[in-house]
Design a binder for this molecule. Structure first.
Ligand code: SF4
Length: 317
């Protein structure tokens, strides 16, 4: 590829989008420049809905593989591109289909609810998909005596269990970003900034959730900082979301929650950060790497996602 500066990449991406009737969807955990070039920025639920409802021929997914797969499942007739095919997810990879099939077999008669952060072969094994925005409400929408399996995030599963009191068996997976936030380091930071509110994602561990002023999905955290009156927040999720928080309220102060090891940069998802402006340009130009899923798998994986969307719509999400 020619050596061109980032301004050229952006104008070339805009031209290619027009020529090819393409849109760029970006997750909140992308870098600021990637979020700014996107047609739509959101969390997993909003991006899934956007993928299903637009009339573009090509979707460039600035996110990780399971998200691009979800877009493909919802829009099989569209070309879905992932600018770096190595953008995986430790949480999704902590739940392998063979092991999960065995787990379902060991816990018969339960409705299988899985978080959208799963690979396509896990979605095929699921009854309903959920996101962190709607997980509690989806569980609550089921009859009270319905027994549930939840996977793959143990912290989100534990959060849902505490909120709903339902009979839930939880898969033992986790996201390394949210697992790494340190209770001690956050409390230490709070001493320096006693006015800061602690806001965290439900994928954080219980001790961190217990000291939080607010717990919510990435969109809910963003919404909270928009409507809340405080001026300072300690943000316990991937730090990419702070870009949108600053755009919405530049005068407020947003401090990334510290991980155990302050030198590791652990509050940045290295998979998300594999996506760059240059890679977006290259993949749009070459229409590669493309997400390919066979028809039969799409049909099977689609059912639990559609069920999530129907329940979400009924609940007004
Ligand atoms: S932040 Fe965690 S759950 Fe999200 S993509 Fe990265 S590893 Fe996966």
């Amino acid at each position: 590829m020619d050596k061109i500066d980032s301004i050229d990449y952006i104008s070339r991406i805009k031209n290619l989008k027009r020529q090819k009737n393409a849109i760029i969807l970006s997750h909140y955990y992308q870098t600021g420049d990637v979020q700014d070039i996107a047609d739509f920025v959101g969390d997993s639920l909003a991006l899934s809905q956007k993928a299903a409802s637009n009339d573009a021929d090509i979707i460039v997914f600035a996110g990780v593989k399971f998200m691009a797969e979800t877009a493909k499942i919802l829009s099989p007739e569209k070309k879905v591109l992932l600018p770096d095919i190595n953008a995986g997810c430790t949480l999704a990879d902590s739940c392998r289909a063979e092991d999960f099939s065995r787990f379902i077999g060991e816990n018969p008669g339960r409705t299988v609810i899985t978080y959208v952060n799963t690979n396509v072969d896990i979605k095929v094994l699921s009854d309903i998909i959920c996101t962190s925005s709607n997980a509690v409400q989806i569980v609550e929408s089921l009859p009270e005596n319905e027994k549930i399996i939840f996977a793959p995030d143990r912290n989100l599963g534990n959060y849902i269990l505490n909120k709903t009191g339902r009979d839930i068996v939880i898969w033992d997976g986790s996201c390394h970003i949210h697992e790494e936030f340190s209770l001690e380091a956050i409390l230490e930071l709070k001493k320096t900034y006693p006015d800061a509110k602690i806001i965290v994602h439900p994928e954080c561990k219980l001790p961190v959730r217990m000291i939080a002023d607010f717990i919510g999905s990435t969109s809910a955290l963003l919404q909270y900082t928009k409507s809340d009156k405080s001026n300072r927040y300690i943000v316990g999720t991937e730090r990419g979301i702070i870009h949108q928080m600053r755009k919405a309220n530049p005068s407020k102060d947003y401090i990334p929650a510290p991980p155990k090891d302050s030198t590791c940069g652990c509050s940045e998802c290295s998979f998300m950060k594999l996506i760059t402006i240059e890679k977006i340009y290259k993949c749009l130009m070459e229409e590669n790497p493309e997400i390919i899923i066979d028809k039969d798998t799409v049909a099977k994986a689609r059912k639990p996602i559609i069920r999530m969307m129907e329940i979400s719509e009924k609940l007004g999400f």
